[in-house]
Design a protein around this ligand. Structure first.
Ligand SMILES: *C/C=C(C)/C=C/C=C(C)/C=C/C1=C(C)CCCC1(C)C
Length: 226
């Protein structure tokens, strides 16, 4: 994650175009936050023992995801030229998904209740995907040049990888504990690296495509821009 952060910093260092800078700033913070979160988990601060739990809870994961998943969605939304309302909706659903997921991880009243929290979180996740596939994709397809296809690639990568998180959670130590803590941690690490550093590389290496993005972010409140 640290190497990814440094690579993105280097890639964006000499960028002068204000709009493109936004992508570099957003995308660089994603692995930077994850690096801090992993540091806290590696040193024990990001892990707590909870009464009635067989396994420690890695709460720092959720702190990481609370900030990094909205930033990933922001990258996608900016690429699609989404309105502020759409961005707000996506981020709201995403935060609700992570917070209810944390509720499940911390719940002490037994597996059934943990899985109920998981179900609530999945509900937010599915609505989020609905916006990603519907509203955002339609908007991205109106974009000139190759923006639509870059968006499609990143959206598909995001959907495939993000889908794995609730599955790993459910079979892992937070849920049914079919998979032990070591493989679970390893799978989350690969997912995190792909969804953050892999995603970032795909986005930022398409430097030329970012030139043609048309934004709609001000449309909700600034008709004078027209
Ligand atoms: C870089 C980190 C990423 C992309 C994390 C994504 C996390 C999710 C999509 C988590 C989803 C979850 C549910 C849908 C159900 C409850 C458990 C969660 C929080 C793992």
């Amino acid at each position: 994650m640290t190497l990814g952060t440094l690579a993105f910093l280097a890639m964006g260092w000499n960028e002068t175009d204000e709009r493109k800078k936004t992508y570099y700033i957003v995308t660089t913070f994603i692995p930077a936050i994850a690096a801090v979160s992993y540091f806290s988990m590696a040193t024990g601060f990001g892990v707590i023992d909870i009464p009635n739990h067989d396994y420690p809870v890695y709460w720092a994961r959720y702190a990481d995801w609370l900030f990094t998943t909205p930033l990933l969605l922001l990258d996608l939304a900016l690429l699609a030229g989404a309105s502020r309302n759409t961005i707000g909706t996506l981020v709201g659903l995403d935060i609700a998904m992570i917070v209810t997921g944390l509720g499940g991880a911390l719940a002490t009243e037994g597996a059934a209740l943990r899985i109920a929290w998981w179900g609530i979180s999945c509900g937010f996740f599915l609505v989020l995907l609905y916006f990603l596939v519907g509203r955002l994709t339609a908007r991205a397809q109106e974009q000139p040049g190759e923006v639509g296809s870059l968006f499609g690639t990143l959206r598909n990568l995001t959907m495939v990888l993000w889908f794995a998180y609730p599955v790993v959670w459910l079979v892992g130590t937070e849920g049914l504990a079919i998979v032990g803590i070591v493989p679970e941690t390893a799978i989350f690490m690969v997912l995190d690296l792909s969804a953050k550093v892999g995603f970032g590389f795909l986005l930022l290496r398409s430097h030329a495509v970012l030139d043609s993005v048309e934004t709609d972010t001000g449309a909700a409140e600034s008709p004078e821009a027209a």
